[in-house]
Ligand binder design. Structure first.
Ligand SMILES: [Fe+2]
Ligand SMILES: [Fe+2]
Length: 140
C-alpha cells in the first residue's frame, strides 16, 4: 500500500503516514501467510514483533497528540487501543500451539485486526482529527 485510500485519510499528515505504515505491515503479514514458504512459527514471530512494535509506536504518538490538546475523549480512545493490544496477544497462543490450523487462525486474526484498524481510523481517529483540525483553525 503506497498511499492510504481517501476514505481512510483523517487530514493530520503524521497520523496518515503512520496509518499507512501500519496497514503496510498488516498487508505484508497477509502476503507472508499467503505464500506459505516460511515455517509457521517464523511467520508468527515476525508478525508479532512488527505489529506489536508498531502498534506501541503509533498508539503512543497518537495519544500524545490527544493529550497535547486535551481532547475530552482521550480515555475512551485509549481503551480502544488497549483492546487492540489485547487482541494482538492472541498471536502468542496460536504460535505456541503447534497444530495445522495455525496458518488459517493467523489469517483470521490478521484479517480481523486489519478490519478493526480500518474501522478505527474511519470512525474513532477521525473524531479526534475533526476536533484537532477545528482547534487548529481557531488558533490561527
Ligand atoms: Fe490511529
Ligand atoms: Fe486511535
Amino acid at each position: 500500500m503506497d498511499s492510504l485510500p481517501e476514505q481512510y485519510r483523517i487530514g493530520i499528515p503524521n497520523l496518515d503516514e503512520q496509518h499507512t505504515r501500519f496497514l503496510q505491515i498488516i498487508e505484508d503479514v497477509l502476503l507472508k501467510i499467503g505464500d506459505g514458504k516460511k515455517p509457521k512459527e517464523l511467520v508468527a514471530f515476525e508478525l508479532i514483533q512488527d505489529l506489536k512494535k508498531y502498534s506501541i509506536i503509533h498508539f503512543t504518538y497518537e495519544e500524545q497528540q490527544m493529550k497535547k490538546i486535551d481532547w475530552p475523549n482521550i480515555n475512551a480512545h485509549k481503551d480502544l487501543h488497549h483492546d487492540f493490544n489485547k487482541k494482538i496477544l492472541e498471536y502468542n497462543s496460536i504460535s505456541n500451539s503447534k497444530n495445522e490450523k495455525n496458518l488459517s487462525k493467523f489469517k483470521e486474526l490478521t484479517v480481523f485486526l486489519k478490519d478493526w484498524f480500518l474501522n478505527h481510523i474511519q470512525k474513532e481517529d477521525r473524531k479526534f482529527a475533526e476536533y484537532y483540525l477545528e482547534k487548529k483553525k481557531q488558533s490561527l
